[in-house]
Design a binder for this molecule. Sequence first.
Ligand code: GLY
Ligand code: MN
Ligand code: MN
Length: 527
Amino acid sequence: MVRMTESTAAPGTPSTGATTPAPQTAPETSPRDQALADRGSNRSQRPSSPAFRRFIAERWADRPAGTPAPLPSAPYAAARRARISELFPGERLVLPAGPLKTRSNDTDYRFRPHSAFAHLTGLGTDQEPDAVLVLHPTDDGGHEAVLYFRPLAGRDTEEFFADARYGEFWVGARPTLEDLAALTGVTTAALSELADALAKDVGEGGVRVRVVPGADDAVAAQVDEARSGTASAEESAAADAELAEALSELRLVKDEHEVEQMRAAVAATVAGFARIVRHLPRAVEHRRGERVIESSFDGHAREEGNAVGYETIAASGDHATTLHWTRNDGEVRTGDLVLVDAGVEVDSLYTADITRTLPVDGTFTDVQRRIYEAVLDAADAAFAVAVPGSRFRDVHAAAMEVIAARLAEWGLLPGTVEESLAPEGQFHRRWMVHGTSHHLGIDVHDCAQARRETYLDAVLEPGMVFTIEPGLYFKADDLAVPEEYRGIGVRIEDDVLVTADGNENLSAALPRRPDEIESWMAGLLGR
Ligand code: GLY
Ligand code: MN
Ligand code: MN
């Protein structure tokens, strides 16, 4: 990582600090009472003379003329804003993108905007730290959307060259107010105008303000300041929770653009799985073969999309029985199965979520195949009921009937299938403690703030996208199963779109039946 060096300048200011003015004369040594937060500057020197400031501000080419074309998501985001507007007439709704998050000391994680902000602005990738979308109530009962953000600073500012977090020299040129207005179709304003805008007409009997909870503590504090005295903390928290719930439920049925983005995410993920298979021989050779799998997929995700939609699970042998095995530091052994759960998040931030369980050497053993086929039958049963008119909970129930029946056939249940399926039994869940499905979209576990009646108990509708992901996991130390089952974990996870007359398996291009997997792997491995 580049940092200012001794050769470039004078001590006294942190390289990250746009807010700390550069001293005109640099002290020889740090004062003993120098604040700890300022001590990062003790490693470097920054030029600060008036002559330097004039010199660095001059002789740059004009910035490109014109503004960018509107995002394809822009009209869809406008329709989403209109639906939220209808639910909260007369109220001010505040949706922060969120701040940069510190990884350690003065280095940040790559920025990803809050999902509700991305959904209602149409922005994706890393746009835009600290931005805030506000829906201001209008006299006609609707709302005017305004996007507040930190626009590109001029070349005559200290930020231009000296601010490692936001400055153009350090992180590139940010968009101008005109740029983001053109991209999103939303009115834009400088972040410095936000505080006054939040407080306008708020007060006893005035405009109610709601903010998305957990998105940006600093913005939430500004909102609390603006609405202090108008509602108790509990009332405000409840009002904010209702907004979060509505924004989550807004995503339960995907629009045309979202479905297109899901198809792109799935296609990139399918290609990523093929890359993993091609790298399997190297994984077998490596002392941390699971990392070879992880890096094969994650590199692909960065090349083809924004990132992975969640931490890749590359779990070989008994590791596959740990549901969220993301340490991925194990060997990949010939003769074992390897479970890979991975998804590419595309630039619009929609992600796939796919799992395949593959024989490392390309061929299932009899016992591996027996367990695999039980899971596959459970998935097929779930697909059969994932149609309009069913309830979301029916999908899981269908999978569980098959899982319980197979476990009973194998003599593993302490009673009948019916006893196990009854709420007071559930013995089969020892070997599949997770659910079968979750909504999928801009978050891997999408719509997580939706109410039970709109999620688990909801009737399925065309446009819903969710996973079907049954599994069976027999731990190496599980004395309740035959020895030959121990250390085998299988999950098959596909992404399904409910259609008008049934469903579509969006991830069908990735083989999921044992014979198809074997021939697909043989083709990729040139066997
Ligand atoms: N990869 C997380 C999940 O399948 O839900
Ligand atoms: Mn999943
Ligand atoms: Mn998954």
